[in-house]
Design a protein around this ligand. Structure first.
Ligand code: TYD
Length: 137
């Protein structure tokens, strides 16, 4: 297995001035793929956790636009947590990382930029199957 860091936060430029906030993600350092799909998670009910899957090929960048959410990243061997907020940076979620989203604040808006259209066949939704897959490759 490779030893890439589990938590990679890419830079979000803050152009806030006296008028209010303006944030930018640009350049390959911050957005290292062509975006083919954008979706966002909002109005999450209390005590709801989401995710609980990995993707075979999909790469995503998660940006918390408001509120906060705690995200678990698991590569089949090591797990780590990160708290995303509007000032934390953008979380790079590469393929073959099991991810779970917990503790959404009621005002959380989590935007996700993805490098491909939705494809259910790209999901691994069973954690044991994910672990087997990681250890067999
Ligand atoms: P899912 O990925 O299971 O959500 P989460 O991992 O956040 O719990 O998606 C929920 C439902 O929405 C599921 O039926 C698939 C569908 N969906 C789309 O049709 N298009 C999309 O871009 C996404 C992200 C989900």
């Amino acid at each position: 297995m490779d030893s890439r860091p589990l938590i990679l936060l890419r830079p979000v430029k803050d152009l806030t001035d006296h008028r209010g906030g303006l944030s930018v993600i640009e350049k390959a350092e911050a957005l290292p793929f062509r975006v083919r799909r954008v979706y966002w998670i909002h109005g999450t009910k209390p005590d709801v956790a989401r995710g609980f899957h990995a993707h075979h090929r999909l790469r995503q960048l998660c940006v918390c636009l408001a509120g906060s959410v705690r995200i678990l990243m698991f590569d089949g061997q090591h797990a780590d947590w990160v708290m995303l907020t509007p000032s934390s940076g953008a979380l790079d979620v590469p393929p073959m990382i099991w991810h779970e989203m917990h503790e959404f604040s009621p005002d959380c808006i989590l935007a996700v930029f993805a490098d491909a259209e939705y494809d259910e066949a790209d999901y691994i939704r069973d954690r044991d199957q994910f672990i087997r897959h990681v250890h067999s490759s």
